[in-house]
Write a protein that binds this ligand. Structure first.
Ligand SMILES: N[C@@H](CCC(=O)N[C@@H](CS)C(=O)NCC(=O)O)C(=O)O
Length: 206
C-alpha cells in the first residue's frame, strides 16, 4: 500500500490512523508547498491533485479523508473500530463529515489559504476572519460534544478522532487559536499517543 501525504496537511490524520492500526505501508511525501500535487508525476496517480490518497494493494486508488479512514479501519482493524450500532455508525460519520467538510474545508481553508477565496489582496483579512468565525462555531460545538470524554465519540477511539486530531494540529499547534480548554487538552492527549508521535516524526513536524 502506498500512502500519499503532505507534511502537516490533512493527510496527517490518515497518517495517524495508519500508524494507530499498524498496517504496513510506504509513505510518499507530496510537498504542497512546492506544488508537487500539480506536477505530472502525481497527477498521473491522483488526477484530483489532493492528499491524502492511498494506492491499495489491488492497484486501485482511494481518495477523500473519510472514505480512506473508513476503508482502513474496516479492512485492517474491523473488530477494534466496529461501531456498536447503526445509530453509532451514523453519529461517527456525522461528526467526521462535520469536521472535514465544515471545519476544515470551510473554516481552516479560509484561515490558511485565504487567497483561494478572493482575488483581492484587500479582502484577505476579511476572508481569514470569516474562517475564524467558522472554526470558532465548529470548535464550540465539538467542545460541547467532547465534554470530559477522552475521545470525540465517548470512551473509544473512532475514525472521527483522526479528523479532529489533524484539525487540532492546525488550531492548537500551528495557529495557536484561542480554543476551548478541553479541545487543547484533547490535542495534547492525542498528540502524545505513540502513533501520533510516529506520524508527526515521519512528517518532520516534531
Ligand atoms: N475532500 C478532500 C480534501 C483534501 C484536501 O483538501 N487536501 C489538501 C491538503 S489538506 C490538498 O491536497 N490541497 C492541495 C491543493 O489544494 O492544491 C478529502 O477529504 O480528502
Amino acid at each position: 500500500m502506498k500512502f500519499y501525504y503532505s507534511p502537516g496537511a490533512c493527510s496527517l490524520g490518515s497518517h495517524f490512523l495508519i500508524e494507530e492500526i499498524g498496517v504496513e505501508y510506504e509513505g510518499i511525501p507530496i510537498h504542497i508547498k512546492n506544488g508537487d500535487q500539480l506536477k505530472d508525476a502525481y497527477v498521473k496517480v491522483n488526477p484530483k491533485s489532493k492528499v491524502p490518497a492511498i494506492l491499495r494493494p489491488d492497484g486501485s486508488l482511494l481518495t477523500e479523508f473519510g472514505v480512506i479512514a473508513h476503508w482502513l479501519s474496516q479492512t485492517y482493524a474491523k473488530d477494534r473500530f466496529a461501531p456498536d450500532s447503526f445509530e453509532q455508525e451514523l453519529r461517527i460519520m456525522e461528526t467526521l463529515d462535520y469536521i472535514v467538510a465544515t471545519m476544515h474545508m470551510q473554516g481552516f481553508s479560509r484561515i490558511l489559504r485565504p487567497q483561494k477565496f478572493t482575488p483581492n489582496e484587500a479582502d484577505l483579512e476579511w476572508v481569514q476572519n470569516n474562517g475564524k468565525d467558522i472554526v470558532t462555531k465548529a470548535t464550540g460545538f465539538l467542545s460541547t460534544q467532547l465534554g470530559d470524554n477522552p475521545f470525540i465519540m465517548g470512551d473509544r477511539l473512532t475514525i472521527a478522532d483522526a479528523a479532529l486530531f489533524y484539525t487540532m494540529f492546525w488550531g492548537v499547534a500551528r495557529l495557536k487559536l484561542d480554543l476551548p480548554e478541553n479541545l487543547i487538552a484533547y490535542f495534547d492527549r492525542m498528540s502524545s499517543r505513540p502513533a501520533a508521535q510516529r506520524a508527526m516524526r515521519l512528517e518532520e513536524l516534531i
